[in-house]
Design a binder for this molecule. Sequence first.
Ligand code: DGT
Ligand code: CA
Ligand code: CA
Ligand code: ZN
Length: 574
Amino acid sequence: MPIINEEIASAFGELADLLELTGADRYRILAYRRAAATLAGFARDVGKISEKELTGLSGIGRATASKVREFIETGTMRALEDARAELPPGVLEMTTLPGMGPKKAMLLHSELGINTIDELQTAIEGQRLRELKGFGSKTEEKLLGAIGRRAHASKRFLLEGAFELADEILRELRALPQVSRAEYAGSLRRMKETIGDLDILAAADDPAPVMEHFASMRFGRKRGSIARGPTKSSIVTKAGLQVDLRVVAPDEFGAALQYFTGSQAHNVAVREIAVKKGMKLSEYGLFTVEDGKRIAGATEEEIYQALGMQTPLPTMRENRGEIPLALDERLPSVIRREDIKGDLHAHTVYSDGTGSVAEMVQAGAEMGYSYFAITDHGGGRWRFTEKIIRKQRQEIERVSRELGGGMTVLQGVEMSIRPDGSFAFSDEVLASFDFVIASVHDALGMDPDAMTRRLIRVMEHPEVNIIGHPTSRRLQKRPPISFDLEAVFRAAAANDVALEISAHPERIDLKDDHVRLARELGCLFSIDTDSHGPGRLHRMRYGVGTAQRAWVPAEEVINTWPLQRLKKFFAKKA
Ligand code: DGT
Ligand code: CA
Ligand code: CA
Ligand code: ZN
């Protein structure tokens, strides 16, 4: 999604948060939240659409549209600046701590003059919180723990922001006449679930104009944050993400890409292989030790080839067994983005999505899928009655017809798993869907034994086909639920239930290590985006990257299968 949409969405989100703290009109707050959700899910640059199109978006009225325009012109909104001026920003930040709602944060602000998380920490350490109503020593302890985890977590960034920034920078660099190649490297290219900093490489004979351009780019850079050198420059974004750009000579590009892609453990092992062969590998190229002659360097492939190895996918370069296999020319073939035939997890306005059935289906068709599933929420707080389910089915059929048969649209459901492992819907109702995803959305803190029983009961349910985001973690926000992974994964394999690899960048769930364990136990997977808006479907790549990190072949992923085989898989339990 274009960065400007993200920025405006986040401005509306912050505005809503601030208004919530000060107890403003509920409808205004809701309107800003709607606008934020719509913009965040909108795939095109809102700065480039007409006024009519803008006000035609769901949740964008006249007033919000004029704020959007204001932001595009000035880079901020007057209302937001006013709200910020009224409340120290640290108070809002405090509400991101678990258990700290707006009321509590305001109380700390007004009663104890606490305006930042740091001040909060000092106050807890001085045992000053317990004087206040609603804050006991237990609360103090919990908050202190959360502050500690936060300090640790905030040093890394989620994949999506880093990817969007990298894509935008690469687009600009590649457009420069001096640049023959540009790529991102580092943990982003290896698709780790979080990113420490962004490593970008460009090939050019003359680095000066490239550096010049990099320094002039806008992309949400913190003012005055640039450190410039002749071949390496760094900037820091407003969000605190550092971006390093290195400009190298074209015949060194492959060597630099190989080196800066890492991982360090992979590089160390590859360099040892070079040494054994009487060669020296560095970020500048592969050379003979004897007379320093250049053997390779322009591409990664020629380097690996000169070392007598296959080129491992970047996502496999963690020194976890890929090196001996590459030397043996026996690297396994793993799933690629093109293998995915459909997305099996997406929400619409029937539950908490922002897109209609038609909009989501259209977005699925644009991904080139041969099938696509609408899976709104059932159970929990959702009012998905039999009547509404039938209505949605008809809508899906109508939209399918209008689509003209290029893509099959399935009606699934994402059922919330009750604490005892049962569902709010009867087996009959569940059977009326094409397939069922079951997910843990609440009672997350159950003890591991009870959670294991809960999940195993779900696996054995005749209508369940996929477990959604199996550990229900939220990266940097919420720990995974705990259960006996091995027992639950075994039950999944035995009952033909696929485990989801959620590509949602705040989830990445299952994560790579868990996927590896599940594979050993014979599980199948479904890689899905859990999209809540039409602009989110491209997130599939994060799920595919995670699967690659666990060496999953296409064969083990049910949504690479042809529709008929998938349908058999869904039907065979019933
Ligand atoms: P990050 O940024 O923490 O998410 O992880 P990376 O892997 O992107 O690490 P980063 O940015 O420090 O360095 C990028 C790559 O450069 C790293 O994966 C391997 C290579 N590299 C950096 N420093 C060293 C080093 O001291 N030795 C070796 N062998 N490789 C290095
Ligand atoms: Ca990095
Ligand atoms: Ca770096
Ligand atoms: Zn979902």
